[in-house]
Design a binder for this molecule. Structure first.
Ligand code: ME8
Ligand code: MG
Length: 658
């Protein structure tokens, strides 16, 4: 790629299930980088897509009773929808079933075959379907012994196949890794690859007999076979970047600047892919960056196969798309593993977004509106301390983002935001307003607005919608940012980009504070007891879940969540004047006045025994008149026809019951 070009790829995802945060993570990271380079005025190519051939996808299709292509056509819609929802602005979404890709794979195979890089041999070995790779007997035994995998994860295949002479390239790969220390990033991953290459490298089986597994691209030189899924999938990076193998026009997008992947597929990229490119005589990518894993609460890698995954749509529903993008990139160092917890997300959301950023924006806009007529104020010159800090922020942010160190880049922005709130506290614009020091007030508010503008600009690649919204409130737009970044990179105009007299808009808060986990997420924990003791593996327990539950008119959580239950305390209780079964109570729900509630419990409870009792009240039951007395809620009682007790809890009036 030339200097003005930035080309980035993600792995192409298997269509054996729906996306989870792991897939969203890689894709969001690539999108953030692509957006940054577009804002810097570079020509960008961002490639992502789906991996549709092979045993694993075929089996997923068979489970659904669909042909593999029907299955993929159906499922790919879900992946594209995830990408659209998460504002993934790719330049191409490649599917390995696309015609141009199939043609390129066949051309690659034919060229290698013609050059004697492919030969036929007998093969006998264990195949790990989950990863679509053959493994050695030793590796299989080890991974079963550690409990990571089961015997059923492997199949023994014994067949004649076609092989790529990968071993031939071992030394060339070692030499390349030595001369290009930044080819595989981060360093610990590079060391892992070197470790792998310290043992002799074998050849790569690149075919599958159609008689056993026919879902793939046909070998052009042997129609009884299809291409091995990884050999097919890796070549997507050439197809998707228009890198022809037939002497077609040159493309500015290959070699890619960065190829992102998770550490689970390091070997296939750092060894298979690089040696394939060597054999084809095609340039290697500039960098292969293997990031870490999101692990779930149980410390396990999240995966479609394990079923312990976090649903990205639930995060987007509960916290918003932009908050999710920021969280994923902010929480763990790109390269390291991280544990996902909803509580951690909630805390991070409130601290960084609702409090720090939301607060700075709200203060800047609402004070300017109240005291300065709601337009960008004029001022003499920016505060020099702020300008120095802005420079420092820029110098921390830019190289971090360009090296895909999103966490460090975001830390620089949020430090800047916190400095903004401190600046306001110290400058005390409210005091300046009171003292009538309009010139100083204008200057302080302008500086504060400029701080918001810089924060929005630097956050734009990470949270395009919310940063865009903030820019809009400041009378600017995402387009303005291109120009600002160009000026800032030339060393100009920090804390000085807004146009005086431009109208400001206060509007709604960018990130409303969340007092608790969003209901749909909280419901996950109610459904599952937090830490049930692990079942002993020796005994064969009678599975209770096999005994059917009674037929009930089941409701969804959403239906239940419409009912607001609140703790109340009975302050007064009397017999109803016109109905001899009813008691009329005054109940404190922690509201401005007690509620009047009628209940048919007089046969069981003498009114005076109710005073002082803590009860549970349906607080949002529509008030109605009962024999001339209003009833503004309902008290929960146990028993059927005959009430036996009132429901109670140790809590204070107004507390929520769920
Ligand atoms: O491996 N944490 O596809 P795949 C972080 N089709 N990232 C994760 C993750 C997690 N828990 N789980 C998945 C394949 N990922 C092949 C790739 S490329 C030519 C072919 C991300 O559907 C991460 O990027 O299993 C990982 O490498 C990728 O999804 C694997 O997706
Ligand atoms: Mg996988």
């Amino acid at each position: 790629v030339s200097d003005g070009t930035f080309s980035i790829t993600t792995p192409i995802y298997y269509l054996n299930g729906t996306p989870h945060i792991g897939h969203a993570y890689t894709t969001i990271a690539a999108d953030a980088a692509a957006r940054w380079h577009r804002l810097r005025g570079r020509e960008v190519r961002f490639l992502t897509g789906t991996d549709e051939h092979g045993q694993k996808v075929l089996e997923a299709a068979q489970k659904r009773g669909l042909s593999p292509k029907e299955h993929c056509d159906d499922l790919v819609v879900v992946w594209k929808a995830m990408m659209e929802r998460f504002r993934i602005d790719y330049d191409r979404f490649i599917r390995t079933t696309d015609a141009d890709h199939e043609a390129l794979v066949q051309s690659a195979l034919q060229q290698l075959y013609d050059r004697g890089e492919i030969y036929r041999d007998e093969y006998r070995g264990w195949y790990l379907i989950k990863d679509e790779v053959f493994v050695t007997d030793k590796e299989r035994e080890e991974r079963i012994a550690t409990g990571e995998l089961f015997e059923s994860d492997f199949r023994m295949f014994e067949e004649t196949n076609w092989f790529f002479r990968m071993s031939k390239y071992q030394q060339q790969l070692l030499d390349t890794l030595a001369s290009r220390p930044d080819l595989v990033l981060p360093d610990n991953r590079r060391n892992e690859v070197l470790g792998f290459l310290s043992k002799p490298l074998g050849d790569l089986c690149i075919s599958r007999p159609k008689s056993r597994m026919g879902w793939g691209i046909e070998l052009p030189f042997d129609r009884d076979y299809v291409c091995y899924v990884w050999f097919d999938a890796l070549l997507n990076y050439l197809t998707g970047n228009n890198r022809s193998l037939d002497g077609g026009p040159a493309t500015p997008f290959w070699p890619a600047t960065y190829q992102l992947l998770g550490k689970d597929i390091l070997t296939t990229h750092a060894v298979y892919w690089t040696t394939m490119l060597m054999a084809l005589g095609v340039e290697l990518p500039q960098h292969l960056f293997a990031h870490g894993w999101w692990v779930s609460g149980d410390g396990q890698k999240m995966s479609k196969s394990r079923g312990n995954v976090i649903d990205v749509n639930l995060l987007a529903d509960g916290f918003g798309v932009d908050a999710t993008r920021v969280f994923l990139l902010r929480e763990i160092k790109f390269g390291a593993d991280g544990q996902f917890t909803y509580k951690g997300f909630l805390e991070r959301y409130n601290a960084d977004l609702a409090n720090d950023l939301g607060n700075l924006a709200h203060r800047a806009l609402s004070m300017s509106e109240r005291w300065l007529g709601g337009a960008v104020p004029e001022r003499q010159a920016p505060d020099p301390t702020l300008q120095a800090l802005a420079r420092k922020t820029w110098e921390a942010y830019t190289p971090a983002l360009e090296a895909l160190q999103f966490k460090e880049a975001l830390e620089a922005v949020f430090d800047w935001v916190r400095a903004g709130n401190k600046f306001v506290d110290t400058a005390a614009p409210w005091a300046l307003n009171k003292a009538g020091d309009t010139a100083k007030l204008a200057s302080v508010m302008r500086d504060t607005l400029e701080m918001c503008a810089m924060a929005a600009a630097l956050l734009l690649p990470i949270m395009p919608d919310k940063a865009g919204e903030l820019l809009g409130k400041l009378g600017a737009s995402p387009d303005s940012v291109k120009d600002w970044l160009a000026r800032w990179s030339r060393g100009e105009d920090l804390v000085n980009v807004l146009l005086p007299s431009t109208k400001l808009t206060v509007g709604d808060p960018l990130f409303p504070r969340l007092h608790e986990l969003p209901p749909a997420i909280a419901a996950l924990f109610e459904a599952e007891p937090a830490s049930a003791p692990a079942p002993k593996t020796q005994e064969k327990p009678v599975s209770e879940t096999e005994i059917p539950l009674p037929e009930l008119p089941w409701i969804e959580y959403d239906d239940f969540s419409k009912v607001q239950l609140r703790i109340g305390r009975v302050l007064e209780a009397q017999a109803h004047p016109n109905a001899d079964k009813l008691v009329v109570m005054k109940v404190d729900l922690g509201e401005a006045r007690p509620r009047t509630i009628c209940a048919g419990i007089k046969a069981v409870f003498a009114p005076e025994t109710l005073v002082g009792r803590t009860v549970v009240v349906v607080a949002n039951l529509k008030p109605r008149m009962l024999r001339g007395v209003p009833s503004e809620g309902m008290i929960l009682a146990a028993g059927g026809e005959v009430v036996t007790d009132l429901v109670s809890a140790q809590a204070k009036p107004g507390d929520t019951v769920r």
